[in-house]
Design a protein around this ligand. Sequence first.
Ligand code: GLY
Length: 572
Amino acid sequence: MSLAMNWRAAALGLLLVAGGALAADGAPAKAASGHASTRAPGHAAIASANFHATEAGLEVLAMGGNAFDAAVAVAATLSIVEPESSGIGGGFMAVLHRASDGHNVFIDARETAPAAVDAQDYLNPDGSPNRDTALKGPLSAGIPGEPAGLVLIAKRYGRLPLKQSLAPAIRIAREGFEPDERLREAIAGMQKDLQRWPASTAKYLPGGKPPAAGVIWKDPDQARTLELIASHGDQGFYHGETAQKLVAAVRAAGGNWTLADLASYRAKERTPITVDYRGYRIVTAPPPSSGGVAIAEILNILSGYDLTKMDAATRTHYVIEAMRRAFRDHNDYLGDPDFVKMPLDMLLSPFYADGLRQSILPDRATPSSMLPRAEAVEPGMHTTHFSIIDADGNMAAVTSTVNYTMGSSFVAEGTGVLLNDEMDDFALVPNKPNVYGLLGSKANAPVGGKRMLSSMSPSIVIGADRTAVIGSPGGSTIITQVLEGILHFIDGESARQIAAHKRFHHQYLPDVVNVEAGVFDAAASDALTKMGYTLKSREPWGFMNVVTWDRKTNQLDAASDPRRPSGLGKVQ
Ligand code: GLY
């Protein structure tokens, strides 16, 4: 029996014999409030990765929209001004909180595999993974979910018609904007791939080069596609002119989409995962994200310790060990809930966490030596997150993506739509790492109509007096960033401090702790190294956008990650 199996058996054994979940002081964990909005803030806050998008959201609030209309405006504007990270050719996941009745819902606008998906397309003739078809061109693209998700949010939760909430994005696309440095760098970095397809070259490399600083850049094709969605809802994208153009472009370039794939796409409402920790209720993403399951598992493990009484090295040790165990389960069990039976009751159980906690030594790292080693990559400019609280206390945490930087690099001719490369988030080749170094199993194998597993972890943290809306891009690091952000918020940090906080990351394999410069002082680094951890410096990562609400003082705060100057957190 492998060490992995021994651990799992130990955890399951303890599941049967352990007592109830205890708080750090040994008392039963206090029930946290699931319904925060006893009062409305009377003003609003938005934090997003681009100032045009934050301003678009505020403009829609000023029209009489709520947080959900603003979310539609922010997402659509990011599709124009931050296409390297997200867009209507991709998908998103969102946690919404409705103030009037405390209803929490998860919106799953994740992409799906086309019906004709063929795992052979992602293999070289010698059977090794073909990284090009997985990450570039039309075979790498799932059926987009973002348009359907925005329509669903507007219809079920918004106050305004799409014509109003999409108006700022359409105006920016028609009148033009100055691409920021981050977008110009992303285009330059992906130039070779963008040059492979004429519509991508025409859109992103005008005159054969990435746009220069100061140019005004227009996106009339995407403006037209957004106008069709504004006028016809789902029909404007998944049927008719846009659908025909998308399918024609994909098939002409060697892809396998059909009109039926588009017509059958549905965004879904799901029940979010909730977990209580130190008097706060965390409302977060269920499968097909792995993020919420991992965050809940980590918090359940940590609830057996009092982190506030520990020195930095000991606290970090327990957090890393909890991350390690959660990522192991991520690799083994999770996939699309519509296709895969998952042992969620076990993974989310405090008893399961009790068992895992027993396997953590107080003073030593546990080696992750049970699975083939996977290599992580440096973080790119992929994925985006924004957070909103409106004047009534409605909240939206939205993480949106085209997957890796500039998605598939493939623009579908005549639509202005840059397609995602989300197919790489499937376990295309079992137990071979994807672009984020994540391994997968049968649970996340590609099947027509199935959603690929995500790390996106939009979350709302609800306490008796304080609430945070939080999330970040960053591939597999999303989960650990959001987890650390939740811990920092519960420790009392402000939105600004949370967004700026230095980070560390462990994902089971590779068995190293990625560290941002300055996250640990010399004494903590030394202590962690002596416990057996391999600390590996990494460039700063993430683009966290956080809003917080202190209901005692009625103060709203909004902060965008200081590592990226294009973001804007604003209270109005
Ligand atoms: N494409 C990144 C994620 O969904 O985790």
